[in-house]
Design a binder for this molecule. Structure first.
Ligand code: HEM
Length: 176
């Protein structure tokens, strides 16, 4: 995601071009950032910030050939689902286009924000923050990634092992 795919850059630049200098982003602008959001979604699919969480069975269930009794605590791990090739084809490939058709993603398969009744209540807020940040990063700055190393460790959140060295330069602000 740090390299921000070209389509997302173009989409943000198109939005910026239609606005006068100093105009703030509107809800309508955010609604147009469809490709940008798909690119943003692909990042926590590949590296979920929250590793997983607990659930308790309300009744006996059978899963993957295992009998799990009522009342047991279960730990769900987002990457187990996000990296399942039966759900996300070529799961190790960064491919925002996989979210083109929402019907291609079965319910509760895309779970960086959890799911069900206890889904993250900050989801929508995080979406807006992400879109606004990407918008200003790509329209106001030219930036290059200085390291090709994209390895990370968990602490317990994912932390890039080489940090994220970038070269960043402000663009001329006559139109954005
Ligand atoms: C990228 C940003 C974020 C990610 C990836 C994230 C992820 C998650 C996940 C995976 C859960 C557990 C959901 C489940 O068990 O099904 C959760 C719960 C929660 N999140 Fe977030 N979150 C984010 C941002 C936020 C923000 C911005 C807020 C508040 C403004 C927030 C507030 C909460 C709260 C209060 C819960 C507990 C909900 C409950 O137990 O009912 N989160 N989040």
């Amino acid at each position: 995601m740090i390299s921000v795919p070209m389509c997302a850059r173009t989409q943000q630049e198109e939005i910026a071009k239609r606005k006068s200098s100093g105009d703030l982003l509107t809800w309508e602008d955010l609604a147009k950032m469809k490709y940008t959001w798909k690119a943003a979604m692909e990042t926590p699919r590949m590296v979920p910030p929250v590793f997983g969480g607990f659930r308790k069975t309300l009744e006996d269930i059978e899963y993957g050939g295992y009998q799990i009794p009522e009342g047991w605590q279960i730990f769900w791990v987002a990457s187990m689902t996000h990296m399942d090739a039966d759900i996300f084809q070529e799961p190790s490939k960064f491919n925002p286009a996989r979210f083109e058709n929402p019907a291609d993603t079965p319910p509760h398969s895309y779970i960086p924000f959890g799911g069900g009744a206890r889904i993250c209540p900050g989801y929508e807020f995080a979406r807006i923050e992400t879109l606004v940040s990407i918008h200003y990063l790509v329209t106001r700055f030219a930036w290059n990634l200085c390291s090709k190393d994209d390895k990370f460790s968990r602490d317990p959140m994912p932390v890039p092992t080489q940090e994220v060295p970038i070269q960043i330069m402000p663009k001329k602000l006559d139109k954005v």
